[in-house]
Design a protein around this ligand. Structure first.
Ligand code: PA5
Length: 449
């Protein structure tokens, strides 16, 4: 089957720009694309993600498929422990591809995937421990640094419970770690315990790692086709490569238009979906763009809404609030299922005018009506269209957003591949918890309390 590419439409946003054109942002995007590919920009030691789809080896794909198959057979619940870039990509793809009610339907042959290690809530962890009593569960622990507090806490608790319930030897076969090849506490622990491991390459940062084992192994465990996902990503790698001119390069176009809008007063971008399955795609995207661009007191604030749900809550603000936003709609051309709206004889709800239509037709008219209303209200509109929700197009979407993010960050003049601001809260938390090595910081922070 020949697959087409996902598309980007920017024409409904041009009206917000001087002379209704993208001006010299096209040229700036092409320059940034070159800097990215030449490896001459900031953070160039983290460009491994650019070639992840085409570079992944058959050996690694087969190994992940085998691990996934083994864990699926052995466990009724599989915990994926990780935070930020070490979980959001897998969560986004799994949610987008799963039956909306899969958590109610799971069977012995189709284990449920639960993500943990993204918070420090005692209630959450207590309830998790309770849920797992007498359950056969496995753990995939993901942390590039191997030292992040939230996943490390969850891992220690769940590992202990697994060993208490299954015994240490059996527990060993139910734990897989994904981390740096040689550094960090998780690597040391995995080596000492003899766990199966996968490596996150040095030159791939957390939020750009979904097309590595970080995303691929959990997605395979959830039962989805990681080869099709990678094929889609490879297709997009080619479609927005260095030699693809701006007019055809949708990653460069997206980077250009969002920078043009930003410089013309549009400081907030909302990512919009009309399918609840895409909620976590937006969570992943928020991290990708927020953590990559929000620095040096610059950067578009990435927000997200689920429509039509949030039209009944945030719709007012979007239509009529401060005019500093633009929206990017992820549209799905064809749903995977069909529901025809029925006719009733009494028409008590006055909905017979919709009888015989697909529910998706109604949803599409909501989408179109919203776009027109928002353009009229001064909200520039970008649209990304996926032909369908499947592994191939989601692979394209992931790579498209990553590529555009690298270009966009360079256009903005920041290093898109670091996250120095994330350390500040950690340093304060460790000082307050009196972590060894933080003695001076502990004294200083206590004076402020
Ligand atoms: O993008 C990033 O680098 C971060 O979001 C990290 O992925 C996140 O902080 C988790 O880090 P680690 O994988 O080292 O536990």
């Amino acid at each position: 089957m020949i697959m087409t590419n996902i598309t980007l439409s920017i024409d409904k946003a041009l009206g917000a720009l001087p002379n209704a054109t993208i001006g010299n942002y096209a040229e700036k995007a092409s320059q940034a694309l070159q800097v990215l590919h030449n490896g001459t920009g900031k953070g160039n030691e983290f460009l491994g993600w650019l070639n992840l789809p085409s570079d992944i080896s058959e050996q690694e794909m087969t190994a992940m498929e085998k691990t996934a198959e083994r864990l699926r057979k052995q466990c009724e619940i599989i915990f994926v422990i990780g935070i930020g870039g070490s979980y959001l990509g897998a969560k986004a793809i799994i949610e987008a591809l799963s039956d909306s009610f899969s958590w109610l339907k799971h069977t012995k042959d189709d284990p449920i995937i639960v993500f943990a290690g993204q918070n420090i809530s005692e209630d959450y962890l207590f309830e998790l421990q309770n849920l797992l009593k007498n359950k056969k569960f496995g753990i995939v622990c993901i942390s590039k640094s191997g030292t992040t507090t939230e996943p490390a806490l969850a891992f220690r608790l769940l590992k202990k419970q697994l060993e208490d319930q299954q015994g240490k030897a059996a527990g060993k076969d139910l734990i897989v770690c994904i981390t740096d090849k040689s550094r960090g506490a998780l690597r040391t622990l995995a080596t000492q315990e003899g766990y199966e491991t996968y490596v996150i390459a040095d030159d791939v940062g957390g939020r750009f790692s979904v097309l590595s084992p970080v995303g691929l192994l959990p997605i395979a465990i959830a039962g989805f086709d990681i080869r099709a996902l990678i094929q889609g990503a490879v297709a997009m790698q080619k479609a927005c490569a260095l030699d693809v001119p701006f007019e055809k390069n949708i990653a460069a176009q997206y980077a250009a238009i969002r920078n043009a809008l930003y410089q013309n007063g549009k400081k907030i971008e909302i990512l919009v979906n009309f399918h609840p399955k895409l909620h976590f795609i937006a969570e992943w995207w928020k991290q990708l763009y927020g953590e990559s661009e929000g620095k040096d007191h610059k950067g578009i604030f990435p927000a997200a809404v689920d429509f039509t749900t949030d039209l009944h809550s945030m719709g007012q603000w979007i239509q009529d609030g401060e005019r500093t936003i633009f929206e990017t709609v992820i549209s799905v051309a064809e749903p995977n299922n069909t529901v025809i709206f029925p006719k009733t004889d009494d028409n008590l709800d006055n909905l017979n005018f919709l009888a015989g239509k697909r529910v998706d037709t109604i949803n599409k008219m909501a989408e179109l009506g919203t776009m027109i209303a928002h353009i009229d209200g001064g909200v520039p509109n970008l649209k990304i269209e996926l032909p369908k929700l499947n592994e191939f197009y989601l692979g394209e979407l992931i790579y498209f957003f990553e590529k555009a993010c690298g270009i966009s960050g360079y256009m903005l003049g920041v290093n898109p591949f670091d996250q120095p601001g994330v350390e500040d809260y950690k340093n304060n938390m460790f000082a307050l918890l009196e972590k060894p090595g933080y003695e001076e910081a502990t004294k200083a922070i206590k004076k402020r309390l």
